[in-house]
Design a protein around this ligand. Structure first.
Ligand SMILES: Nc1nc2c(ncn2[C@@H]2O[C@H](COP(=O)(O)OP(=O)(O)OP(=O)(O)O)[C@@H](O)[C@H]2O)c(=O)[nH]1
Ligand SMILES: [Mg+2]
Length: 258
């Protein structure tokens, strides 16, 4: 229910904004865009900037490539809110799209993409709470970042086009400790990373070979991390959660081209 309310807030914010920043996870921009909101914004004729965040986790050429492709649809910039990189170009885009004296900006996007982190670096001060769990921001918050710019931060929107819990967890939009079946989720993740950047996973957990099954990988990690249940059996469920948490925190290299 809370999600529906959050989504309604986003539509209210869009109505009063001069520019919208859609913050997406630069590791998989196409999966963290919210097409329904983009369409709504376009129909209102409101300028939208796609902000590819977390670019510290991705090779620069991938950021450039994704930016070029997405720029065909909307002005796009890539940043790292964590490393405070890319904000100059973002500010230039904002000024270009809204030369008004007083500009109201809203930051929208799915949970955990770094919306509040972006607000904090634009403000130059920690004014909005941030955190690795999705759903940190629960209420909209307005902050003045300069004498001509006001910015609204907003709670993450869970897109209706991603009802799959495994995909939401993969995108960082579903709280790992609430997963109904962590083993199923980690299998989904491992299948995905095997076709993408398996080397990153292999290096992170020092996996002995490239041909291990998902079960062998989970077992290897449980053993390595000393995750053992009371009777001495390996705690594979906890290992699955560890993998998903570390992935969400950017500790396992992964990216996709749009
Ligand atoms: N590596 C990396 N991590 C980032 C970056 N920006 C944000 N994060 C991390 O991503 C997590 C989510 O950041 P938030 O700013 O809370 O994200 P949000 O979109 O406001 O999340 P909700 O309020 O839950 O929707 C935190 O653990 C941040 O430290 C970045 O540029 N690089
Ligand atoms: Mg937030």
């Amino acid at each position: 229910m809370r999600r529906r309310k959050e989504n309604r807030w986003v539509f209210e914010l869009i109505k009063i904004s001069d520019v919208i920043l859609e913050v997406v996870d630069g590791r998989f921009p196409h999966l963290t865009r919210v097409s329904s909101i983009e369409k709504h914004i376009s129909n209102l004729g409101c300028p939208l900037i796609i902000v590819l965040n977390k670019c510290d986790l991705i090779p620069r050429e991938i950021c450039e490539y994704n930016k070029q492709i997405l720029s065909k649809e909307f002005p796009t910039v890539y940043i790292s809110a964590q490393n405070r990189l890319g904000t100059k170009k973002l500010r230039q885009q904002i000024s270009r799209l809204s030369p008004k004296r007083e500009t109201v900006i809203s930051i929208v996007g799915v949970p955990n993409t770094g919306k509040s982190s972006l607000l904090n670096i634009l403000r130059g001060k920690h004014v909005a709470p941030t955190g690795q769990k999705p759903g940190v921001t629960r209420h909209k918050q307005i902050v003045r970042i300069s004498n001509r710019i006001l910015i609204y931060d907003s709670p993450g929107v869970v897109p209706f086009d991603h009802p799959d819990i495994n995909l939401q967890a993969f995108l960082g939009a579903y709280e790992i400790s609430n997963l109904p079946d962590p083993i199923d989720t980690v299998n989904y993740f491992l299948d995905r990373i095997k076709t993408n950047n398996f080397q990153g996973l292999k290096d992170r957990y020092k996996l002995p070979s490239e041909n291990e099954s998902n079960d062998e990988i989970i077992t290897h990690i449980a053993r390595k991390r000393g995750l053992i249940l009371k009777g001495g059996k390996l705690n594979l469920v906890e290992a699955a959660k560890v993998i998903m948490r570390e992935f969400s925190a950017g500790k396992i290299p992964y990216w996709e081209k749009v």
